[in-house]
Design a protein around this ligand. Structure first.
Ligand code: IMP
Ligand code: MG
Length: 174
């Protein structure tokens, strides 16, 4: 794998847009009225958040958090550190965590634990991508965009060594 190779398209722009519109409808169907609070996990989920909120009707507020996991560039070590916390309290709110990809599940598990402890009224998770074959921990993801094979993907917010986030599609580095 290299940071200069051209990725091959796995999920194109039209597929992303259609699936994200469907996810937004599913979320609004589950919470027909009231304010939803979307928490974007930086950096990888920023484009997913942008498209998902524009496809979601009604009142939506947003906040951001960031965490880093120690370890190799393409796999998670399981040690997670919060590097940017939320600006606002989530107590009593209907929270949806917006994540780019669930791989081993360790990052998401950690985030869900700390968020749940802060007393939201409800806590759900939306992941654009899921690689179930890599799971190390059983983590609940309520809304999944696409289930993919064990391949390292980039684009549409996801990076390899901070490259490729600007690609408008999800691609595979080979
Ligand atoms: P997990 O803790 O193993 O579930 O991995 C969480 C994080 O690893 C994700 O939020 C991504 O930032 C990163 N990651 C895992 N797989 C990929 C991939 O295929 N491409 C880009 N980043 C990935
Ligand atoms: Mg991430």
């Amino acid at each position: 794998m290299s940071a200069t190779a051209t990725p091959t398209v796995l999920i194109d722009q039209d597929e992303l847009a259609a699936r994200i519109a469907a996810l937004a409808q599913e979320i609004r169907h589950d919470f027909p009225t009231g304010q939803l609070h979307f928490i974007c996990v930086l950096k990888g989920a920023f484009l997913f958040l942008g498209d998902l909120i524009r496809a979601t009707s009604g009142h939506v507020s947003i906040d951001f958090m960031a965490c880093s996991s120690y370890g190799a560039a393409t796999s998670s070590s399981g040690e997670v550190r919060l590097s940017k916390d939320l600006d606002a309290s989530i107590e009593g709110r209907d929270v949806i965590v917006i994540e780019d990809i669930v791989d081993t599940g360790l990052t998401l598990h950690y985030l869900q634990e700390i968020l749940r402890a802060r007393g939201p009224r409800s806590l759900r998770t939306a992941c654009l991508l899921s690689k179930p074959s890599r799971r190390k921990i059983d983590v609940k993801v309520d809304y999944i965009g696409f289930t993919i094979e064990d391949k390292f993907v980039v684009g549409y917010g996801l990076d390899y060594a901070e490259q490729y986030r600007n690609l408008p599609f999800i691609g595979v580095l080979e």
